[in-house]
Design a protein around this ligand. Sequence first.
Ligand code: NAP
Length: 288
Amino acid sequence: MAKVAFIGLGVMGYPMAGHLRVKGGHEVTVYNRTSAKAQAWAAQFGGRAVATPREAALGQDFVFACVGNDDDLRQVTIGPDGAFAGMAAGAIFVDHTTASADVARELHAAATKVGFGFIDAPVSGGQAGAENGVLTVMCGGDAPVYEKAEPVIAAFARACRLMGPSGAGQLTKMVNQICIGGLVQALSEGVHFAQAAGLDVEAVIEVISKGAAQSWQMENRYRTMNEGKFDFGFAVDWMRKDLSICLEEARRNGAQLPVTALVDQFYAEVQKLGGGRWDTSSLLARLK
Ligand code: NAP
């Protein structure tokens, strides 16, 4: 049993922190910007809610975070009353935010300088993965630090792996998002075509999902897509944030991402349709 803190009790963080308490059996302190959520978490799981990230980090073995983007992460770590000011020497900060590799390296360097560990550890598996404690966690950082963090992360993970030095977790998550973007566009075009051709979409998917066109997105999203419902997971606003991180990194490393760039623009159109909070399968909506 370790002393841990969790910063950012959103869709993902709230259940992840819950697993640290219930499954991991750890002593958990929470911080959330909107304090009512932290109070609710503490009442539900039996932990301590505090007023600042710095206070949350004081005296902990591990501090976890899952906030929105690079700027949010900087605010809760190195901003005023940020967690880094409260970290003890030898403690470990594990960041589950999907952010840039740059900010991971910047915070890793800041942490190393004052003697505590930092692991970038973005996740995949969505809200259901967080609630069921079966996330995939892609990590970057120093091996001895990672080895100490992995058994604690296990409370909410089905798979967890060190991918390389600081930033490698975020780079791996970028690959994940690049693979999803083009695939969802292709699935949208397939469903759109089937509808236009007057086919029975259910029957079409039932057949083709047994063959080479099969994908997680196909199996889990085709039905709601066919019904024009887009309220089932990862939001377009978040996806655009992630794709912009991928495109910026590709400008630097020279990778060519023509389809990813196009799909990013398609998601911009979905946002204009009012779909910023729709799930990523809403690429279909702009084909109508
Ligand atoms: P969310 O529900 O919007 O929660 C975001 C959390 O971060 C909230 O607790 C929010 O506090 C806090 N926060 C944001 N900006 C902050 C700031 N400047 N200072 C302090 N706290 C701040 O988001 P989420 O769905 O949990 O996603 C969190 C991260 O996981 C994102 O990077 C996202 O891309 C990634 N992710 C999400 C999914 C998914 O399916 N949702 C899947 C994989 C990865 P308040 O409560 O005060 O707003």
